[in-house]
Ligand binder design. Structure first.
Ligand code: NAP
Length: 452
């Protein structure tokens, strides 16, 4: 993209993992606007000299580490941004730069879209930038705030409470350590990075605290379904994901730039698409399907084409056990193999940037599907039974087919499994053709979205 043609951009450092171009281009498209949106990696020491460049844009989004640092370089700061002490959106009109904040709006609207409000007793976990925006927004809505932080961050939590009470008269705000949160919580909102990929098996508070909340919000959006949110759902507590905040704050920025309008259903659809896009860009590509559908051959082609590493789950298990799959079945039985498969799925789910050929039975297990799908897109190689029969005609290595009624067994197994594959997959590609043709279709699905 010619940098001179960019009219909008996200400005931050480091900025490699940003979802902003995808989200903003989709938001522009919803308003029938053809715009160019760029990514400007600006280290802190170059912010001042970048201001001239920013004033030639129509608008930009400001992210870490510039949300406070940019304030002195702006011509004006809107009331709410001045109150929050943070700017995440800049509008440029005739070279005059005005700063706004939409993080709090994104938080409030994400809750609103889920039928919730930041009201009553709101416990904010963390005392950093996101915590500040969420606490201020909740205080503006009249909530009583508790800021919970790690012991060494209690001074920051105390300062945030002082700012809240000083800037929003009548606000009740207190702070405590993360392990001293008392019950009676209307909204529990995580504003720490705990639970973020790759440490997605961590949760900032105990299950008991989660259970005592009326609603749980998590600012973390990678993964979309954090352990905190999973615990909330498990305990019947409403759970709202950070992707919704990310998309709503971007929508609010476009409202500021040019008066954009969005419906809740458009934003809900975009949130789902953004989660999928995030997994395509930063997660794994998992190929599933019946034995003989071409997962290994196609997977290797896709890996080579995309510069990703290829992993065959069955080979991982064989390497770990020092035995072939057939030997594991013969020696320890199918149940033991399924245990090993679960371990392999959990371990691979913590990786990223891989092309994974899942075992034929892997995705039939919900736990395996959750481990792999949490951080990846699942693509079914949808080969017909007749194509599979032809491909496996001379294959004697599959334990499940090593029986006299091989043909009938294959037909039965195929019928049992195909629905589960379809349910688990994000998409299916026809897989009766040549491996190169199938790989091309997989590639079309995973390549970065073609933006309007
Ligand atoms: P930040 O300014 O660095 O603040 C992080 C806060 O979390 C600090 O108070 C930090 O305190 C605390 N923290 C860090 N590690 C912790 C741990 N292991 N246990 C307990 N507390 C811990 O970061 P931020 O910009 O506020 O971002 C926080 C999270 O929100 C990130 O995951 C970010 O991606 C997400 N976020 C989401 C959105 C959205 O739109 N969904 C917007 C902004 C941010 P310590 O001093 O104790 O480390």
């Amino acid at each position: 993209m010619d940098p001179n043609e960019i009219r909008y951009a996200v400005v931050g450092h480091p900025i490699g993992h940003t979802m902003s171009p995808f989200i903003h281009m989709r938001l522009f498209a919803l308003n029938h606007r053809r715009e160019r949106y760029g990514v400007l990696d600006v280290p802190p020491e170059e912010l001042e000299q970048s201001m001239d460049r920013l004033s030639r844009l129509c608008g930009c989004n400001i992210t870490i580490p510039h949300k406070q640092a940019i304030i002195p370089y702006l011509d004006a700061v809107e009331e709410k941004a001045a109150c929050f002490g943070s700017v995440n959106t800049v509008k440029s009109e005739n070279g005059v730069l005005t700063g706004y904040t939409t993080d709090g709006t994104g938080f409030r609207r994400a809750l609103q879209a889920a039928g919730e409000k930041p009201e009553g007793r709101v416990v904010i976990l963390g005392a950093g930038g996101a915590a500040r925006a969420m606490a201020f927004e909740a205080a503006l809505c009249g909530a009583r705030i508790t800021v919970a932080a790690r012991p060494h961050s209690l001074p920051a939590a105390q300062q945030l409470c002082k700012d809240l009470m000083g800037k929003i008269p009548g606000t009740a705000a207190g702070f405590c350590a993360l392990d001293e949160i008392t019950d009676g919580i209307d909204l529990l909102a995580n504003a720490t990075p705990v639970g973020m990929y790759p440490r997605s098996e961590e949760c900032p508070v105990s299950e008991e605290v989660v259970r005592s909340a009326g609603c749980v919000f998590d600012a973390v959006y990678n993964p979309n379904e954090t352990l905190l949110l999973r615990l909330a759902r498990k305990n019947g507590v409403k759970a709202v994901s950070g992707m919704s905040m990310l998309v709503w704050q971007a929508a609010a920025a476009q409202e500021i730039w040019y008066g954009a309008e969005f419906t809740e259903s458009d934003i809900a659809r975009l949130c789902g698409d953004a989660v999928l896009e995030m997994k395509k860009k930063f997660g794994n590509v998992i190929l599933c399907g019946f034995m003989g559908c071409g997962k290994t051959t196609v997977g290797k082609i896709v890996a080579e084409k995309t510069g990703r590493a290829f992993v065959d789950m069955d080979r991982v298990i064989e390497r770990n056990e020092g035995m072939t799959v057939a030997e594991i079945f013969a020696k320890s039985g199918e149940q033991r193999f399924r245990e090993l498969e679960r371990e392999a799925a959990a371990a691979l789910g913590r990786e990223h940037g891989l092309v994974i050929a899942a075992g034929g039975g892997t995705l039939l297990n919900r736990e395996n599907a959750a481990s792999l799908k949490g951080n990846g897109v699942v693509i079914l190689l949808d080969a017909s039974l007749s194509a599979i029969r032809t491909r496996l005609a001379d294959d004697t290595s599959r334990p499940l087919l090593a029986r006299p009624d091989r043909d009938a067994a294959m037909q039965r197994l195929f019928a049992e499994r195909i629905k589960a594959y379809r349910d688990a997959a994000d998409t299916a590609v026809p897989a009766d053709g040549a491996p190169e043709t199938v790989a091309e279709q997989v590639f079309s699905f995973i390549r970065p979205a073609v933006l309007p």
